[in-house]
Design a protein around this ligand. Structure first.
Ligand SMILES: Cc1cc2nc3c(=O)[nH]c(=O)nc-3n(C[C@H](O)[C@H](O)[C@H](O)COP(=O)(O)OP(=O)(O)OC[C@H]3O[C@@H](n4cnc5c(N)ncnc54)[C@H](O)[C@@H]3O)c2cc1C
Ligand SMILES: C[S@@+](CC[C@H](N)C(=O)[O-])C[C@H]1O[C@@H](n2cnc3c(N)ncnc32)[C@H](O)[C@@H]1O
Length: 664
């Protein structure tokens, strides 16, 4: 894996950016705005298509080469001018060399008329790291999914139906690696029926290759010093080319929901509130049912949680999920109050033993310094503001979050009604409605239900078989002292400690696999104090830890909810018995892909299994769920979405029974 690097730019005497790597301009010398509008907006007939969108309708634009975001901002402006309230714009753009935030700001300052849109983009252009990065703009009316990396690596992972393609990306002669038959096959694979496409070039070999991929391209008069440009539409996948591999039926998209857009979300923690917010942003009416008297009273109720990224240098599904999820959560936090609801003070992960230090060195090679930096002990001490015994990995954009604040903010979005004291004991399907019952009391009903009750989802027949485990954890609240005020970042070893929020540091957290009781114990407070000692004896001293009696300490305990592969479980649910019958052949031949349609439980979805990192995974999982439900571009690579899919366990169980039978 190569770390992503920012675009290397030179600026001409009129303040316009020029790429050093490609030796080409980002936009036309004459008028970038006019060229964008003519080449991409007009040739894709976006004005009339935006105007024709109904409330609840959506148009998906795809682009190669996000660059300065000029095309995106022009499309957004046009959308704003012509689309009705309730319509949505989804823009997916791939970029190998993202501009640094400073360069982006400088480039966009060239277009004062786009300032209202550019300001919103800049405010969210944070933590843009490799892979899929979702930005929710204008309260969800506009969604931007940036795929950071090479187009030929990123687009094959995209699951989307693109209505209009902007084929941008420096002149073919300057960037021949991108303008290839492979790329055009990807554009075709992703093209929705009737999809349109345009590009600023009219180069003959480009036109022929795009045509060969299934588009019909036409030359059309150009603009400025472009004599001709190309526009076209997608006719269909060429008969002579082997069809792209379809998703396995158990990971395929369930049929689109056509009924009333009303969903029950059961569970008012990070997963439930995120699911509710993602659906509400898409115009769904959401009833959020929580058994307690308010939101975020279980795992999501700690005073401070850490944006802790446990990455792998090998780009595993989990690691990809973490980088994408971190970016998404980090951007959402911009809506909350810094210092009380969260703080971007950075997170330092100490290299507290040789194995950890070695792992960290590999991570520093695999990821860009904007995400993480290896610090020696002296540098780490300066960052942390307290004495340390090790250096470590510093995540400058990380920090701590007060999870209830994130939950409250998400649940307060228009379209969400919170129903406290609603303990759902049973779900029944009656006609097209799911009914939520508490004994003989009907609590609510809707055609769609999202189960977001952490491990409690196992009480429902439809999700009873999922391998979710509860792991008790306890945090300790430590009063800030005059000397502990020096702590400037979150510091983690096996445990973590955060700079104080409202006069208290959170120290966490214990792991207990056997205790079902949530009363805080003195033994675990004592264990947490040992974790503090391991993090920093100096900080422990500043906090007068030696004088603190474990049985007088305050804290709280809750259950984490984990899956065996530590990935969350997010997506549509299938009927367990019918699933085993439909795919029984996997017991005999694991390589066979049966074609039978998955027996989905229509309208039933799950968002759970967030383990120790719900702050990072739950909000993006809300977006993933909404994308499954609304047939939208997925906010994660296909392979990562499949790795999080509820059906993965049923498939593995069938395949394993085959292995068990054939093993000697
Ligand atoms: C001690 C500890 C420390 C942690 N530290 C961190 C950290 O530093 N960083 C981090 O990212 N993560 C951390 N986590 C993990 C994080 O808190 C969880 O991943 C996250 O809160 C899970 O959110 P959730 O919504 O899935 O579950 P929960 O917050 O448990 O929410 C589930 C909700 O569903 C409700 N519910 C369940 N069943 C029903 C029903 N049938 N009807 C109605 N309501 C129902 C429950 O009452 C509850 O409110 C920590 C967890 C613990 C326990
Ligand atoms: C002309 S600029 C795009 C201008 C942009 N659409 C705008 O509105 O500012 C071309 C962009 O394509 C990106 N690019 C070039 N080759 C790429 C590749 N193989 N994969 C992804 N992005 C690429 C460049 O880094 C650059 O940002």
């Amino acid at each position: 894996m190569n770390p992503v690097t920012h675009a290397q730019l030179d600026w001409d005497d009129q303040g316009r950016p020029h790429s050093r790597v490609f030796d080409d301009v980002y936009f036309s010398d004459q008028s970038g705005l006019e060229e964008t509008r003519y080449v991409f907006l007009q040739q894709n007939r976006l004005q009339e298509r935006f105007a024709a969108l109904p409330a609840g309708g959506r148009l998906v634009i795809g682009e190669t080469g996000f660059g300065t975001g000029l095309n995106f901002l022009c499309a957004w402006q046009l959308f704003e001018q012509h689309a009705v309230a309730g319509a949505r714009l989804h823009f997916v753009s791939v970029e190998k060399y993202p501009l640094s935030p400073v360069d982006l700001q400088r480039a966009l300052a060239l277009w004062p008329e786009l300032a209202p849109f550019a300001e919103q983009l800049l405010a969210q252009y944070i933590a843009i790291h490799q892979g899929f990065q979702r930005l929710v703009l204008d309260n969800g009316r506009v969604t931007l999914t940036l795929l950071i990396g090479d187009a030929l690596e990123q687009l094959p992972q995209l699951d989307a139906q693109i209505d209009a393609w902007f084929l941008d990306g420096f002149a073919p002669a300057k960037n021949p690696e991108m303008w290839t038959a492979e790329l055009f096959a990807e554009l075709a694979r992703l093209a929705a029926p009737g999809s349109t496409i345009s590009t600023f070039t009219s180069t003959g070999w480009v036109r022929r290759l795009i045509n060969a991929a299934g588009f019909k391209m036409k030359r059309t008069p150009g603009i400025g010093h472009k004599w001709e440009i190309l526009r076209g539409e997608f006719l269909g996948w060429p008969a002579e080319t082997p069809a792209p591999v379809a998703a396995k039926p158990w990971f395929a998209r369930p049929p689109a929901h056509n009924g009333k857009r009303h969903a029950l979300v059961i569970g008012g923690g990070l997963a439930g509130c995120a699911s509710a917010a993602s659906l509400a942003a898409r115009g769904w009416q959401v009833s959020l049912l929580e058994r307690h008297d308010g939101l975020a009273q279980e795992a999501s109720g700690n005073p401070q949680g850490v944006l802790y990224l446990k990455l792998s240098a090998h780009g595993t599904a989990l690691s990809q999920m973490i980088v994408s999820g971190f970016g998404h959560t980090r951007r959402l936090l911009e809506h909350l109050q810094r210092g009380v609801d969260w703080d971007g003070c950075g997170v330092l992960q100490l290299g507290f033993n040789a194995k950890e230090a070695e792992r960290q060195a590999k991570l520093a090679e695999a990821f860009a310094p904007a995400l993480l930096q290896l610090l020696d002990r002296d540098q780490a001490q300066i960052r942390a503001g307290v004495g340390l015994e090790h250096g470590g990995l510093f995540f400058p954009e990380g920090g701590w979050v007060h999870p209830p604040a994130l939950c409250q903010w998400q649940a307060s979005q228009p379209g969400i009604e919170v129903h406290a004291h609603h303990d759902v004991l049973e779900l029944r399907k009656v006609g097209a409605q799911w009914q939520a019952w508490d004994g003989d009391r009907l609590l609510a009903s809707a055609p769609v239900v999202v189960l977001a009750g952490a491990a409690e989802v196992k009480r429902f027949a439809a999700s009873a078989e999922l391998p979710l485990k509860r792991i008790r954890g306890q945090i300790t609240r430590l009063p800030q002292t005059a000397d502990s005020q020096a702590l400037a970042t979150v510091v983690c070893a096996e445990g973590y400690v955060a700079p104080a929020r409202l006069g208290e540091h959170t120290l966490g957290a214990s792991f207990d696999f056997n205790n079902d009781d949530l009363t805080p114990t003195a033994a675990e407070h004592a264990g947490n104090l040992e974790l503090l000692q391991e993090i920093s004896p100096d900080l422990a001293q500043r906090l007068h830890a030696a004088d603190l009696a474990a049985d007088t300490l305050e804290g709280r305990a809750a259950f984490r909810c984990t899956s065996p592969d530590y990935l969350p479980i997010v997506g549509p649910l299938a009927d367990t018995l019918a699933f085993a019958r439909a795919y029984d052949v996997l017991r005999k031949d694991a390589r066979h892909t049966p074609q039978a349609t998955c027996p989905w439980l229509d309208g039933l979805y799950l968002n759970s299994g967030h383990g120790s990192r719900g702050l990072i995974t739950a909000p993006l999982s809300g977006e993933l769920l909404a994308a499954w439900l609304d047939n939208e571009p997925l906010p994660l690579p296909r392979s990562v979405a499949e790795a999080c899919h509820p059906n993965r366990f049923a498939v593995r169980a069938l395949v394993r029974s085959n292995v068990a039978k054939t093993a000697p």
